[in-house]
Design a protein. Structure first.
Length: 399
């Protein structure tokens, strides 16, 4: 039986009970585990929000508006530098969003995975998140069911292709035991409710009468509450934030690393989602705004580090203006591990010209060969890798 949904500034979740039968064979768990998961369980019912009037305190609206302005200003600052920095900020945001899910890798491991030279699972999943973020940006003009499914597919197609292309058909839960949902921290809606709940959320996401950051935060929180997929919900939901910011014109050039701001207080992030589900949307909007401020500060420091590195490289290189080495300087800002094949593909140059340019950069101390191979050699860019790892370290600090 569903409980009554209360309505304050935001409607609380309702709840309903279902019988439970675990898909894990009983002989694989102890009797005490089976006893803790006996009987019915309680799952959430998300309220309808498609046409809901949003009522937030003036201070929250002002803070969100200030954050949106700062995001737009940062985006505009990088407008002329978009080629090298758009990719590096996208990767940084993807890595930060993954880190919230406890998926961590060094900047070098992520870059190697992008080249196909590192098969470690965490690195591969972070690269998949880069693909999901790219899909979110590319599909920002139409936030609908197919767009969200495409974001999720880009994220999960390599790791779990069997769950892509559709909403979940089983119950999921957050925390507790794999055996059942009875002791979970949160139990999202039953799978039968997901299609209707997502249709309602999509209608809400398509509205044009809400402030950008407020809208993005509320869409994100409702998405995480519905939890429409068996896996990948957090990363897809944070990609959806960037899709909305792009759709509303707050960003045009780069992906502002908002997840890096959320990383400074992941406990606060999960507490904000809990407050949202209890009828208080103010906390998640405030947290998203504050995360934006810290993300922009961190992002500016990253861009400054990379700009300084590029200036130092330019001073070290003596070559004709049309030489391949100058193209590689731009390439290594966004791809801090390279091989000759990548240079040839990206710059459209021959193998000998690519290798000559790589040797010039190696002699100048810009790149360093680390693969110790005679063929298929790999070079890393120490200053870029150091800047990216510094960005990640600053994002992970608890304020």
């Amino acid at each position: 039986m569903a409980s009554e949904e209360s309505s304050e500034r935001w409607p609380r979740l309702g709840w309903e009970t279902y019988p439970w039968v675990s898909k894990i064979p009983d002989d694989l768990v102890s009797r005490s585990v089976r006893a803790r998961h006996a009987g019915p369980y309680t799952a959430a019912i998300t309220p309808k929000i498609a046409e809901l009037e949003i009522d937030l305190p003036g201070r929250t609206l002002a803070l969100a508006d200030e954050a949106s302005s700062d995001i737009a200003r940062f985006d505009a600052e990088l407008g002329n530098e978009v080629a090298p920095f758009a990719a590096i900020l996208l990767r940084s945001e993807s890595a930060s969003s993954s880190k919230i899910e406890n998926l961590t890798s060094s900047a070098r491991s992520i870059a190697l995975a992008e080249l196909g030279s590192d098969k470690r699972q965490n690195s591969a999943e972070i690269v998949a998140n880069v693909h999901a973020m790219k899909a979110a940006i590319e599909l920002a003009d139409r936030i609908d069911e197919q767009a969200i499914l495409a974001m999720h597919t880009a994220l999960m197609i390599e790791q779990r292709p069997e769950i892509t292309g559709r909403w979940r058909t089983d119950q999921v839960w957050i925390g507790g035991s794999d055996y059942g949902p009875h002791q979970a921290d949160f139990v999202p809606p039953h799978a039968d409710r997901v299609p209707e709940a997502m249709a309602d959320l999509i209608a809400f996401a398509q509205r044009d009468d809400l402030p950008a950051l407020v809208h993005a935060a509320l869409v994100h929180a409702q998405f995480e509450t519905i939890h429409p997929f068996p896996d990948g919900n957090g990363r897809t939901g944070r990609a959806l934030v960037h899709s909305l910011l792009r759709r509303k014109g707050v960003t045009r050039n780069v992906t502002v690393p908002v997840s890096a701001g959320l990383l400074t207080d992941t406990t606060g992030y999960f507490d904000a989602l809990t407050a949202f589900r209890a009828g208080d949307p103010d906390v998640i909007v405030t947290l998203m705004a504050e995360a934006s401020f810290s993300a922009i500060t961190n992002g500016r420091e990253l861009v400054a580090d990379l700009s300084d590195a590029r200036e130092r490289w330019i001073e070290k290189i003596t070559a004709r203006r049309d030489a391949a080495v100058w193209g590689i300087l731009e390439l290594i800002l966004r791809q801090p591990v390279v091989d000759s094949s990548l240079v040839q593909r990206e710059l459209g140059v021959s193998g000998p010209n690519a290798n000559l340019a790589l040797r010039q950069l190696e002699d100048a101390g810009v790149i360093k060969e680390f693969s110790d191979r005679k063929r298929n050699r790999l070079w890393q860019v120490p200053e870029v890798l150091s800047a990216l790892d510094g960005f990640a370290a600053r994002a992970g600090r608890r304020g």
